[in-house]
Design a protein. Structure first.
Length: 172
């Protein structure tokens, strides 16, 4: 379960640079403007980047915008991760964080507009993204392409949304 988080994991062994990020639009998108290069815990950094973008833009855009952006981000992210993986030679490199960005936007879209709930949503998503409960674990292991990269985080997002909605139902 935690094999991808070891230092010698293929997802971490090859270090990507800003040259790689700016070499192709897909690299820029897959690393979410280079935020995936931050170490350690690039997935957490990518999630944080998405979280901050959401907080900054939410006062100007409503739920329909975020839903459309999530949909667009899912499909463009699948393409970007596929291209970036082919160009760096590592499937789902640790620096590819567009999947975390898409997923945290989806989770936040379904979370009450309270910083407390949003921080809880952030933490819940990170836990489910790391643990990879089925079917996320299946897509992570078996679907070795850009769509698989995005799908495993989509399922982690659904688990986080379920947990947040349960918490809202019980405590709000």
């Amino acid at each position: 379960m935690f094999a991808d988080y070891r230092k010698n994991s293929p997802k971490r062994r090859k270090r990507l640079t800003l040259d790689f990020v700016f070499a192709h639009p897909a690299h820029f998108l897959a690393t979410f403007m280079g935020s995936g290069l931050l170490q350690p815990a690039s997935g957490t950094w990518g999630t944080l980047a998405g979280f901050l973008v959401y907080l900054l833009l939410t006062p100007f855009f409503g739920p329909f915008f975020w839903f459309c952006l999530c949909l667009l981000c899912f499909f463009i992210g699948a393409w970007a991760c596929e291209v970036a993986a082919q160009n760096c030679g590592v499937h789902d490199h640790a620096s590819f964080v567009i999947d975390e960005v898409f997923a945290i936007w989806l989770v936040l879209l379904c979370t009450p507009e309270s910083l407390g709930w949003q921080l809880l949503a952030f933490a819940a998503f990170r836990v489910f993204d790391i643990v990879k409960l089925p079917p996320a674990s299946y897509y992570d292991r078996k679907m070795r392409n850009g769509l698989g990269v995005m799908l495993d985080d989509a399922f982690a997002a659904l688990y986080a949304i379920g947990l947040i909605r349960l918490g809202v139902w019980l405590f709000a």
